[in-house]
Design a protein. Structure first.
Length: 318
């Protein structure tokens, strides 16, 4: 009888220990561990989140532009957060909540805003054969535009880092010109490039050489060089106008067309006849081309002889 009582007490003690151990297991706290802060780019942004848990959990986003790949899980697992491209210029935030039991953990996500910078925002280019490559450093899509018909773009759009090239028509003018190229990015981002193109250099003329001067004749020669092909060149002269020009409404101004073949440089050489003796003449070379009508400096010469008298060699009515 006494031996049986000992056996009963031993069983009772063992049961109590077992129940006690079971009770401790039941009281073990459930918990979830995950990243709490994530920074992501403006474009093509996604992030895998690892979850360490000993219970079931659920996932949700507080914004429509942050998407989670699963809505729930059990024990250890993971899910992916995918963000819509941020076209705004400012960064934005989202909160991903991981719920378990009556508690929750949060993951704070910051997405960068759209940005773009250029290798330069102002260029000055030559009047002829001008081009410039522009480097774009960006985290988003971009496009390029200009209203200037004389600026041509080899590439009008890109994604993230890239380049485009501007090629300018020759400035066939003695005046400089300016235009703007615009790089748009994001929803309303804008970078501008101010393009200056220099004026063309004017046509240059060599010194006029006057030879073979007689009472009624002279020979003239010289040269010219232009940045562009001219369509006509020659001389213009007068005994009364000190700065003779073509198209002047003055019959005392005469001209000789020497050449009409397109060329950017050449020699102007011709003989002048029917001059008035003992008279001072004013002479200039001229060219006609993209830069308009251009003239050399005035050269003067005087014919031989004395003041003409009646019966002298026939001369122009000047």
């Amino acid at each position: 009888m006494k031996k049986q009582l000992y056996k009963s007490l031993a069983f009772a003690a063992l049961l109590s220990l077992s129940l006690s151990m079971q009770s401790c297991t039941d009281k073990e706290e459930t918990d979830v561990y995950a990243s709490t802060k994530v920074d992501l780019p403006a474009r093509n942004a996604s992030q895998e989140i690892q979850v360490t848990a000993n219970t079931a959990w659920g996932v949700s986003s507080d914004v429509t532009w942050a998407h989670v790949s699963v809505s729930n899980g059990t024990a250890n697992g993971n899910f992916t957060v995918t963000l819509d491209d941020n076209l705004g210029l400012e960064s934005r935030q989202a909160v991903i909540s991981i719920s378990y039991g009556t508690d929750k953990k949060t993951v704070a996500i910051t997405q960068a805003g759209a940005k773009a910078t250029l290798s330069t925002n102002e260029v000055t280019l030559a009047a002829k054969n001008a081009s410039q490559e522009i480097k774009v450093t960006s985290n988003t899509t971009w496009n390029v535009e200009t209203e200037a018909e004389w600026i041509h773009l080899d590439n009008t759009s890109g994604t993230e880092n890239g380049t485009f090239k501007m090629t300018l028509d020759d400035n066939q003018s003695l005046e400089a010109r300016q235009a703007t190229v615009i790089v748009n990015y994001g929803s309303d981002g804008k970078e501008t490039i101010t393009v200056h193109q220099e004026a063309s250099d004017p046509t240059t003329f060599g010194k006029a050489e006057i030879t073979g001067i007689t009472r009624h004749e002279a020979k003239v020669s010289g040269s010219f060089s232009s940045p562009f092909d001219v369509q006509e060149y020659g001389i213009v002269y007068s005994a009364t106008a000190s700065e003779p020009t073509l198209n002047a409404d003055d019959r005392n101004i005469l001209s000789i067309k020497v050449g009409t073949a397109p060329t950017s440089q050449g020699t102007i050489s011709t003989a002048i006849s029917n001059l008035k003796s003992a008279t001072t003449y004013y002479l200039r070379f001229y060219t006609r081309g993209p830069l308009g009508t251009e003239y050399s400096a005035v050269t003067t010469f005087k014919t031989d002889g004395q003041t003409p008298s009646e019966g002298d060699h026939t001369t122009p009515e000047i």
